[in-house]
Design a protein around this ligand. Structure first.
Ligand code: CTP
Ligand SMILES: C[C@](O)(CO)[C@H](O)COP(=O)(O)O
Length: 220
């Protein structure tokens, strides 16, 4: 069965606030994005990897690949205005039936076990996302500046890779964009298709702020 992953790195990284886009920030001996691609190559040699980057960053990425003798084969697609549009651009390069995962370029600590679990389950379930437990107490903000405790057992934290049947994801991404689409599961669910939950890994953090970069460096 043909397998793809679309690794999205087309964002602005506003919460990181660095001059260098966060996917290129060094972590250990190489940029964040290279760690992410290596995780997927460790999963499967034949996985087709599509990396989505803003067009104006693509030459810089190619230079970085040369500098680091980075040999993980991949194709490039152009970043879009939102994550939804970036995924859509990546999906345009997916041309055969099979499975397609979508992963944030800034989640370099996804484990091979989690990647495998999501792809294996998606062969049967068609829409699979990795999640982890909430480990702190959660409060819901109510009217008039008040708040209330809610049961953390009713919630999960969502990670990537989110893996789908190719045809299903392509159909989902023909829908009109709404700001409610913060991940791929929300796009698929908008068609009335349920998604299946798989266990994620706690280290699979999204490098979003300078604090996450410190945590990431400690995890290496
Ligand atoms: N137009 C966009 C927006 C986001 N992403 C990607 O989606 C992933 C998750 O987004 P997030 O971490 O929130 O990144 P940014 O949108 O870049 O961050 P910020 O909201 O702080 O600007 C990232 O790998 C990011 O590059 C993308 O490919 N295209
Ligand atoms: C897709 C995602 O990583 C799932 O947790 C997340 O929604 C993307 O982050 P963003 O801040 O909404 O772009």
């Amino acid at each position: 069965m043909k397998k793809y992953v679309i690794i999205v790195a087309g964002g602005k990284g506003l919460r990181m606030g660095s001059d260098l886009p966060k996917q290129f920030l060094p972590m250990g001996d190489k940029p964040v994005l290279m760690h992410t691609l290596e995780a997927f190559r460790r999963y499967e040699e034949t996985l087709q990897i599509i990396v989505v980057l803003p067009r104006e960053q693509q030459d810089f990425w190619k230079q970085l690949c040369q500098k680091h003798s980075f040999a993980v084969e991949h194709t490039l697609a152009d970043g879009g205005e939102t994550r939804f549009h970036s995924v859509k651009n990546g999906l345009a390069l997916v041309q055969e039936p099979g499975l397609v995962g979508v992963h944030d370029g800034v989640r370099p600590f996804v484990s091979v076990e989690v990647i495998r679990r999501c792809y294996d389950l998606a062969k049967v379930q068609k829409a699979v996302i990795p999640v982890v437990d909430v480990v702190e107490t959660l409060r819901h903000l109510t009217d008039a500046g008040r708040s209330e405790t809610v049961s953390r057992n009713d919630y999960k934290l969502v990670q990537t890779p989110q893996v789908f049947d190719v045809e299903l994801l392509k159909q989902a991404y023909t829908q009109e964009f709404t700001p409610f689409f913060t991940d791929d599961a929300s796009v698929v669910e908008a068609m009335g298709i349920p998604v299946c939950l798989a266990e994620g890994n706690r280290e699979n953090i999204k490098i979003t702020t300078p604090f996450d970069l410190k945590v990431g460096s400690a995890l290496l």
